[in-house]
Design a protein around this ligand. Structure first.
Ligand code: UFG
Length: 328
C-alpha cells in the first residue's frame, strides 16, 4: 500500500507543486485547503498532470480551524505523515497525536535568519523575527520543538525555504498571488504581461555587487522535491525535530534576476529605483550542506530555468488561474 500523506494548504503555490511530486513519487495525497488564498483549479490541473497517478489525489475544501471536520477526516483513514503548508497557526497536532500520526513536515522560512551577520546561513544561526509573518514562523518552530520535547515519538522536520520562484515546466500550475504582489518575481511577471507598468527596485545602496538586495532563489519544483526527501527522512529512526534549509546556496541580486527574466521572456522590464523597503535584509543565502548530507537532496535548477518556467506559466496564464484555459 502506498503511503498516505495529508497536505494542508495543498492548493497553493508551493503546495500544488509538492502534491504533484508526491503523486508522481507514488504517494497518495489528501489535500485540505479552505481556498482563501488559492484556487481549486490548481488541484484539477495537478490531477491532470499526474496522469495515471491522478486518482491518488483527494481534495477536501475545509478550514483547518474546524476541529470536528479535522477529527472526522483523521477518523476516516490513516495518515502516515502531514505536510503543513497552510498559513494558519492551528497545526492540529492534538488531533494528529490522538490518531497516532506523529510525523510532520512544516514550512518555515529563511525570514527567521533576519539580517544575517554572515552568509551562507547555516541552520545553527540565531533566529529572530523581523515582521509578523516571521513571528508566526518562529512561534510554530518553537511549538514543534516543544511538542517533540514533551513526546519523543514525534518526528518533525522544519524546512526553511529561501525564495521560491518559477513554475512546473508544463506552465499549467504556478504562483497566482491575490492583489498586488509583495514578492519580486510575481511582480516582475505581472510587468512582463502588461498588468503593471514598471518594477520598483527597493534599495540600490546595499553593500552588494550592484547595490541591490541579494537572495537565494530556488525553483519551486526543487523545493517540492525537498519535501519528498524530508518525508523519506521521517522514516529514519534517529530523527527527532530537525531543521533544514531549502535553498541553492547561490546569491542573486534584484538586477541580476530582472536581467535573467528579460532574457527568458524577451520582454523589457522597466524599473524605477527607490529607497530600501523597511525590514529587508541585504544578503541572504543558504548553506545547503546539511540538506545535501542528511536529506540527500540538492537543488538542480539555476536562475535561467527558473525564469524560463516562470515566463512559460505567465505567458500561458497572464491572469493566473483566472485566465482563459491554456493549452498544455
Ligand atoms: N524587491 C524589489 N521590488 C519589489 C519586490 C521585491 O526590489 O517589488 C526586492 C526586495 O527588496 C529584495 C528582493 O527583491 O531585495 C526579494 O524580495 P522578496 O519580497 O521577493 O523576498 P524577501 O526575501 O524579501 O522575502 C520573502 C518573503 C518573506 C519570506 C522570505 C524568505 O516575502 O515572507 O522571502 O526568505 F520570509
Amino acid at each position: 500500500m502506498s503511503r498516505n500523506i495529508l497536505v494542508t494548504g495543498g492548493a497553493g503555490y508551493i503546495g500544488s507543486h509538492t502534491v504533484l511530486q508526491l503523486l508522481l513519487g507514488g504517494y497518495k495525497a489528501v489535500v485540505v485547503d479552505n481556498l482563501d488564498n488559492s484556487s481549486e483549479t490548481s488541484i484539477n490541473r495537478v490531477r491532470e498532470l499526474a496522469g495515471k497517478h491522478g486518482s491518488n489525489l483527494i481534495f477536501h475544501q475545509m478550514d483547518l480551524r474546524d476541529k470536528p471536520a479535522l477529527e472526522k477526516l483523521f477518523a476516516s483513514q490513516t495518515f502516515d505523515a502531514v505536510i503543513h503548508f497552510a498559513g494558519l497557526k492551528a497545526v492540529g497536532e492534538k488531533v494528529m497525536a490522538a490518531h497516532g500520526c506523529k510525523k510532520l513536515v512544516f514550512s518555515s522560512s529563511a525570514t527567521v535568519y533576519g539580517w544575517p551577520k554572515v552568509v551562507p546561513c547555516t541552520e545553527e544561526f540565531p533566529i529572530c523575527a523581523m515582521n509578523p509573518y516571521g513571528q508566526t514562523k518562529l512561534f510554530i518552530e518553537e511549538m514543534c520543538r516543544d511538542i517533540y520535547k514533551s513526546d519523543s515519538e514525534w518526528k518533525i522536520i522544519l524546512l526553511r525555504y529561501f525564495n521560491p520562484v518559477g513554475a512546473h515546466s508544463s506552465g499549467y500550475i504556478g504562483e497566482d498571488p491575490r492583489g498586488i504582489p509583495n514578492n519580486l518575481m510575481p511582480f516582475v511577471q505581472q510587468v512582463a504581461v502588461g498588468r503593471r507598468p514598471e518594477l520598483t527596485v527597493f534599495g540600490t545602496d546595499y553593500g552588494t555587487k550592484d547595490g541591490t538586495g541579494v537572495r537565494d532563489y530556488i525553483h519551486v519544483v526543487d523545493l517540492a522535491d525537498g519535501h519528498i526527501a524530508a518525508l523519506s527522512k521521517l522514516s529514519d529512526p534517529s530523527i527527532g525535530c530537525e531543521v533544514y534549509n531549502l535553498g541553492t546556496g547561490k546569491g542573486t541580486s534584484v538586477l541580476e534576476m530582472v536581467a535573467a527574466f528579460e532574457k527568458a521572456s524577451g520582454k523589457e522590464i522597466p524599473i524605477v529605483k527607490a529607497g530600501r523597503r523597511p525590514g529587508d535584509a541585504e544578503i541572504v543565502y543558504a548553506s545547503t550542506e546539511k540538506a545535501e548530507r542528511e536529506l540527500n537532496w540538492k537543488a538542480k535548477y539555476g536562475i535561467d530555468e527558473m525564469c524560463q518556467d516562470q515566463w512559460n506559466w505567465a505567458s500561458k496564464n497572464p491572469y493566473g488561474y483566472g485566465s482563459p484555459e491554456p493549452t498544455k
